[in-house]
Design a protein around this ligand. Structure first.
Ligand SMILES: [Mg+2]
Length: 362
């Protein structure tokens, strides 16, 4: 087997996402068993709050069965427009930490942070900052798994749910995987579990006792992949796709500067960002982010989403300069890197609506 590429992958997964959005937006629902589903014969549960899960309720269960399990549960019909809006906000936050992001659904994504970890920092600490940023800016809890590849990171994000994180360093991958039931492997459903059970395989450690040839003979390519996964080997890269989540520019300074002296640099970087934005034309930008790195390599980011999308380099500059007031490091702190980003792109069709909002308030 080839050498495992050395990556630091974070899998971020929001906790009971749809149900949590409902609880956040309606305080009456806090601490209540909330079921996101229509209360009808044909409906299935889209999501269940942790309070509802205590009654054995889970997603994909018929709504009527959920109602029987917990008669006092509150049913809320799904509102995907709102969930999508929160999801966009989440993607914008993630894109401030790395540009290598692969969303898996509205509420989870892989991040490859191998290239952005600075000396003295760790993927574990970075995941903590990502989760706290999500909590502060969306009011919602996320969990994270950290590992040397996507497979391990995804399993690990389940480990400390809700609102927790778990790191599996490369040296601990084999020990971490060994006792897990094979059903934890993404793609191994009940049918596959039954086939493996026929071969005497219940756990990943059992799976390791089966020779590669037998697995390939029985399951083809999928067997070859199972052989690798059982050993914690997964070389799939994190694949960003579609429009960029963020367009940004940053500069490491020749000489460290104080906060009050970086305005000219902000202006230059905003020009650069605006030019890139005009060439790529990914839709309207909603959020402007200022990123700074202190001489001690501490990274701080502040973001602002104005009502009307910024329409020029000057507007981005003004917003980013304003964001300096939200940096709460002591005045004598000096900075070695400044970055400007725009993100949260929305389709230009949304503009008339934005314009309306702007006209109404001006
Ligand atoms: Mg989730």
């Amino acid at each position: 087997m080839n050498e495992q590429p050395s990556r630091r992958i974070i899998h971020v997964d929001m906790d009971a996402f749809y149900a949590s959005v409902e609880q956040r937006d309606n305080p009456d629902l806090c601490n209540q068993p909330v079921i996101v589903a229509k209360r009808s014969r044909r409906a299935v549960v889209t999501a269940a709050s942790y309070e509802a899960r205590k009654y054995g309720i889970h997603s994909a269960m018929p709504a009527m069965r959920a109602a029987a399990l917990c008669p006092h549960a509150v049913f809320v019909p799904p509102d995907f427009v709102r969930y999508k809006a929160v999801s966009n906000q989440l993607q914008a936050i993630l894109s401030r930490f790395t540009s290598v992001i692969q969303p898996l659904s509205l509420d989870e994504a892989y991040l490859d942070v191998s290239a952005v970890i600075t000396p003295g920092d760790t993927a574990n600490a970075l995941a903590r900052r990502i989760r706290s940023t999500i909590a502060i800016e969306t009011g919602l809890a996320a969990s994270a798994g950290i590992g040397p590849n996507k497979f391990v990171a995804k399993i690990a994000s389940d480990w400390r749910k809700p609102n927790g994180q778990y790191v599996v360093p490369p040296a601990r991958v084999n020990r971490f995987l060994a006792p897990l039931p094979v059903g934890k492997i993404p793609g191994v459903g009940p049918a596959m579990q039954a086939k493996l059970a026929d071969m005497g395989v219940a756990t990943i450690s059992d799976l390791r006792t089966i020779e590669r040839n037998s697995l390939v003979k029985r399951f083809g390519q999928w067997g070859a992949r199972l052989y690798k996964l059982a050993r914690g080997y997964d070389d799939r890269p994190v694949e960003s796709r579609g429009a960029p989540a963020q367009i940004s520019a940053e500069d490491t300074l020749a000489k460290d500067l104080y906060l009050q002296d970086i305005a000219p640099l902000i202006s230059r970087l905003s020009e650069k960002v605006w030019q890139r934005y005009c060439t790529q034309n990914p839709g309207l930008a909603r959020t402007v982010t200022l990123k700074l790195k202190t001489t001690n390599f501490k990274i701080v980011t502040r973001a602002y989403t104005p009502t009307a999308p910024p329409h020029s380099a000057d507007e981005i500059t003004a917003i980013a300069c304003g964001l300096r007031q939200r940096i709460d490091y002591p005045d004598h702190t000096r900075y070695r890197l400044v970055g400007i980003g725009i993100s949260g792109f929305i389709e230009a069709d949304a503009q008339p609506h934005q314009q309306c909002l702007f006209d109404d308030t001006s």
